[in-house]
Design a protein around this ligand. Structure first.
Ligand code: EPZ
Length: 423
C-alpha cells in the first residue's frame, strides 16, 4: 500500500487545472445503460471510481475504451446482456447502486448487490427502492441483493416525494423515469449540479425533462425507447476545487484554479471569504488570495446549494489555523468525523459533541495518520501542509478514488509531497 509523505510549512503559489467531477461522471456512466448507440464522454477524471464503473459496464456486457491521458471514454452498451451488479464490484464502490434504475428501466429486471455502509455512515438506499416501487417495480431483498422486477410493459411514471433529499436517489429515479411509460414528477429532488447535468444530457438525447437543478423535476418517459446521447462533457469537480482552495488557504498562499465552475461552490468561497481570504473570479477560474488574519467561522453542512458535506473535513483542517473557535455541524451523515481523531494526533484542539465539532485554532505537528474515507484523507493532506515537520498519510487508496494526481498537482504549486511504498 502507498502512503504520502508531506513536509509542512511551505508557502504555495501557482495554478491548478481542475478535473471533471467524479460525482457527475458516475451517474453519466450509469446513464449509458439507457443508450442505443455508443456515447462519447470527455473530461472524465482519471480516478479509481471511474475505472471501477467502466469495469462494471464491461462485466454487464458493455464495451468501453478509456483514454485516461485525454480523459475521454467511448462507452458502447448495445450488447449489454447481463443484469447483475455483483457484490464483488459493489463492495468496492457504493455508487454502483446507480446501475439499478437504468438496468431495471432497460431490461425490466435486475439484481444489484446492496451497497454496505461505509466509514461515514450506514448509507441506506431505502428511498431509491421505495421510489422504484411507486413506479410499479417489485423489490425483494435477499442474500444481500436487491432483486428488482418491473411490471409487464415496463416501469410506469409516478409522483415520487423523497422524504429526504438524496443525490444518487434522485439520479436513479431520473434515469428510470427516462424510459418509463408516462410522466414522473419528483418532489424534493436533489439540486446538485451533478443531478442537473444528468437531466441536461438526457434532454439533449431527446427526453422531455422540466426542472433540471430544481427541487421538482418532471420527466416524460420514452416508454422503453432507448436514447441517443450527444457528446457529453463532464462538469468540473466543485469538491476538488474546494479542496485545493483549502490547500492554498491552510498555507495562507495565493492560488488560481482553472477549468473551474465558480457558481457551483458559492457556499465554500463565501465561507473562506468570511475567514478572511480574498477572491477574484472569471467564468471558469477562481483565484484565492491570502488572509491578513485567518478568522474562525461556523459551518453547518446542508444539501446544495448550502455548504457541502463533502467539504466539511477540509474546512475543519483549515479551522485549526484560524484565530478563535469554529463550530462545525455535520447534518447529512451520522459518522463523518473520522478525521477528528487523526487531526487530534497532529495536535489539533477539537471538542466533539454529537454531530458538532468545536475547533480551536493552534499549530499542528507532523505525524503518521490514517485515511478512513475519501474526503477525510484530503483533510489530512491539507493539515500536513500546515503542520510543522513531516507527516505520513497512510491508506491513501481512499484518496485515489476521487482525486486525480493529487500529489502531482500539489507539488506543481510548491508542496513537498511524495508518494511512497509501505515497507
Ligand atoms: C452523494 O452520495 C455523493 N456521492 C456523496 O459524495 C455526498 O456526500 C452525498 O451525495 C451528499 O451530498 C455520489 O454522488 C456518488 P445521499 P449519496 O443519498 O447519494 C440518507 C464523496 O465524497 N439516505 O444524498 O449516497 C443518507 O444516509 C461522496 O464523493 C437515506 O436515508 O448521498 C444521508 O444521510 C461521499 N436513504 C442523506 O440521505 C436513502 O435511500 C444524503 O444521502 C438515501 C439516502
Amino acid at each position: 500500500m502507498d502512503y504520502l509523505e508531506i513536509k509542512g510549512g511551505d508557502k504555495l503559489s501557482g495554478e491548478i487545472r481542475v478535473s471533471g467531477a467524479k460525482n457527475a461522471a458516475l451517474p453519466i456512466l450509469a446513464a449509458t445503460i439507457l443508450a442505443k448507440n455508443p456515447a462519447r464522454i470527455t473530461n472524465l477524471p482519471n480516478v479509481a471510481d471511474i475505472k471501477t464503473f467502466l469495469k462494471l459496464l464491461n462485466l454487464l456486457g458493455g464495451e468501453s475504451q478509456f483514454d485516461a491521458e485525454n480523459h475521454t471514454a467511448i462507452v458502447d452498451t448495445r450488447d449489454l446482456k447481463f443484469t447483475t451488479a455483483t457484490y464483488e464490484i459493489v463492495k468496492t464502490m457504493r455508487a454502483s447502486i446507480l446501475a439499478l434504475g437504468p438496468l431495471l428501466a432497460r431490461f425490466g429486471e435486475c439484481r444489484v448487490s446492496l451497497p454496505g455502509g461505509c466509514a461515514i455512515g450506514q448509507r441506506p438506499v431505502d428511498l431509491h427502492l421505495k421510489a422504484l416501487e411507486k413506479m410499479g417495480a417489485e423489490i425483494v431483498i435477499s442474500e444481500g441483493y436487491i432483486y428488482a422486477k418491473a411490471p409487464t410493459g415496463g416501469l410506469k411514471g409516478a409522483t415520487i416525494v423523497f422524504d429526504k433529499i438524496t443525490v444518487t436517489g434522485s439520479e436513479n429515479i431520473i434515469m428510470a423515469a427516462a424510459l418509463a411509460r408516462g410522466e414522473t414528477r419528483i418532489i424534493n429532488a436533489a439540486k446538485e449540479p451533478e443531478v442537473e447535468q444528468i437531466c441536461e444530457i438526457l434532454k439533449a438525447a431527446g427526453v422531455k425533462i422540466k426542472g433540471a437543478g430544481e427541487s421538482e423535476i418532471v420527466v416524460q418517459g420514452t416508454a422503453g425507447e432507448l436514447v441517443d446521447f450527444a457528446a457529453i462533457d463532464v462538469i468540473s469537480d466543485r469538491i476538488e476545487t474546494g479542496t485545493y482552495l483549502c490547500a492554498a488557504a491552510i498555507a495562507n498562499s495565493p492560488l488560481t484554479l482553472t477549468c473551474a465552475a465558480p457558481r457551483h461552490l458559492t457556499a465554500v468561497t463565501d465561507k473562506l471569504a468570511e475567514m478572511g481570504f480574498g477572491f477574484d473570479f472569471t467564468r471558469d477560474s477562481i483565484s484565492i488570495k491570502p488572509a491578513a488574519e485567518i478568522r474562525a467561522a461556523n459551518v453547518v453542512t446542508s444539501e446544495y446549494p448550502g455548504f457541502p458535506t463533502d467539504m466539511q473535513a477540509q474546512l475543519m483542517a483549515l479551522a485549526t489555523q484560524a484565530n478563535g473557535a469554529s463550530v462545525i455541524e455535520e447534518r447529512l451523515f451520522e459518522n463523518r468525523f473520522m478525521h477528528v481523531s487523526e487531526l487530534t494526533r497532529m495536535g489539533a484542539k477539537i471538542a466533539l459533541r454529537g454531530n458538532t465539532a468545536t475547533v480551536t485554532g493552534g499549530g499542528l505537528i507532523g505525524a503518521d495518520v490514517m485515511a478512513t474515507d475519501l474526503r477525510a484523507s484530503s483533510a489530512l493532506v491539507l493539515a500536513a501542509l500546515a503542520a510543522r515537520g513531516t507527516s505520513r498519510v497512510h491508506r491513501i487508496y481512499h484518496l485515489d478514488r476521487g482525486y486525480e494526481n493529487l500529489e502531482t498537482k500539489l507539488r506543481s504549486i510548491g508542496a513537498k509531497i511524495e508518494r511512497k511504498k509501505e515497507k
